[in-house]
Design a protein around this ligand. Sequence first.
Ligand SMILES: [Zn+2]
Length: 370
Amino acid sequence: MPVNLPIVEKTLEQLGADTPERVAALFVKVRAEFDREIAAVADDAARKQFRDAWLGRKAGVLTLVTDNWLKPASPALKPVVGQGLNELRSHVESSIKRRRAEIERQSAERAAAAERLDLSLPGIARAVGTRHLVRQTLDEIEAIFLRLGFAVVEGPEIETTYYNFEALNMPELHPARDMWDTFYVDTPTGGPGQLVLRTHTSPVQIRTMERQPPPVRVIVPGKVYRRDNPDASHLFMFHQIEGLAVDQDLTFADFKGTIEFFVHEFLGKNARTRLRPSYFPFTEPSAEVDATCIVCSGRGCRVCKQTGWMEIMGAGMVDPAVYGFVGYDPKQLSGFAFGMGVDRLALLKQGIGDIQVLQQNDVRFLRQYP
Ligand SMILES: [Zn+2]
């Protein structure tokens, strides 16, 4: 910043300032020039340059005033010049300090203004996920059985043929193995250690009975796999909930009561239950459990093929042969087991016609079940 003050280059004598009043007038001029210039200092770089111009030791204005006015001044004027110089220095230093604080405040304000949030702008909406309809159905079924004192247990989805078939009373080459179209898993050795993707959650029944002495009261939710071509009523991966109760003196009546309680809780108080004889290798006797069609309340409709009933699970009394595989005494114990397809129950309850929508991850479908 150029300092437009030729008078500080000259001595008082050259300037003709020979009285205190004239000296004071000179200081007024210098101060006025200072005040004019400092008002134009707008940023930190300009402030540093300005400070050097006024306070610089070699050629600053105050140094020039000291060298040109104070030092050669006559003894009579020296005190006056000295006082003027002191006042000027004090004014210059405090003004520059104040200006510096102002510049800092202004720059902080500018930065804050640049960062300021506009609270009136709409927010960025984040998609909130929901529990899948199948998960909701699993939770609902689990909660019903937890109230009856059942515990939830889980097991591996890749199983040995021993747990998936043999220990469930289906030895190798048993024709009942054909009831399930099974995914076999390639293993380096092959042979008797063959692995499968479990075709049902029943292997976990065996694992549970191996692990703990009776009584047993568990439900087993989980994914199961069948080599089916997907269509409106088939998926190659779906969900089951299996139940197992083993104790002394458990009867078919206990089994029926448990199932009826479940149906009432899950489908409503008006839902009725009926059992039809069936066959499973690991239960004897075995039954298919039907419940009143919830679409037509039993009057008959397209969903229930006009029967008024819909099949909801397979079940039965545990075949005594199964106890032999886990070291339980079939003479002392009895029990019942049941298994249901969770995906299908979700469809029936919601009146959905195509099971494949459960795995297509179409948000338009998923959003209907928050
Ligand atoms: Zn119906």
